[in-house]
Design a protein around this ligand. Structure first.
Ligand SMILES: [Zn+2]
Length: 112
């Protein structure tokens, strides 16, 4: 069975990464994008929305360059996070098909 394709990792477009002038920042931005590549779409905007309100946040304009997410997507993620996901049920927060597969029904009992 072929493996699913590796998720693509966004290449940071900030000036520091473009110039490779600060290895610590380059590494941090890479790790942010690596993490984002493994998240679902809502999880991505919530994580970046969370980052945008951190005290040492790079700021929305920078986060757009770092993550490739649109500014209004980041704002939406932050709004949803700050609202405590009030308008969403736990099932709405999950991407269809995400998570553990449903357990197969046990057929052993039918052999009795
Ligand atoms: Zn960067």
């Amino acid at each position: 069975m072929p493996l699913p394709p590796e998720p693509s990792i966004h290449a940071c477009e900030c000036l520091i990464c473009q110039a490779a002038s600060d290895p610590a920042v380059v590494r941090r931005h890479y790790h942010i994008n690596l993490l984002l590549s493994r998240l679902t779409e809502p999880q991505r905007r919530w994580y970046v929305g969370f980052l945008s309100q951190e005290p040492d946040s790079p700021g929305e304009r920078q986060l757009v360059l770092i993550t490739g997410l649109a500014r209004n997507t980041i704002q939406r993620g932050r709004r949803e996070l700050l609202a405590g996901f009030a308008d969403m049920s736990a099932t709405q927060q999950r991407r269809a098909g995400a998570g553990r597969p449903l357990a197969e029904k046990k057929t052993r009992s039918s052999k009795r």
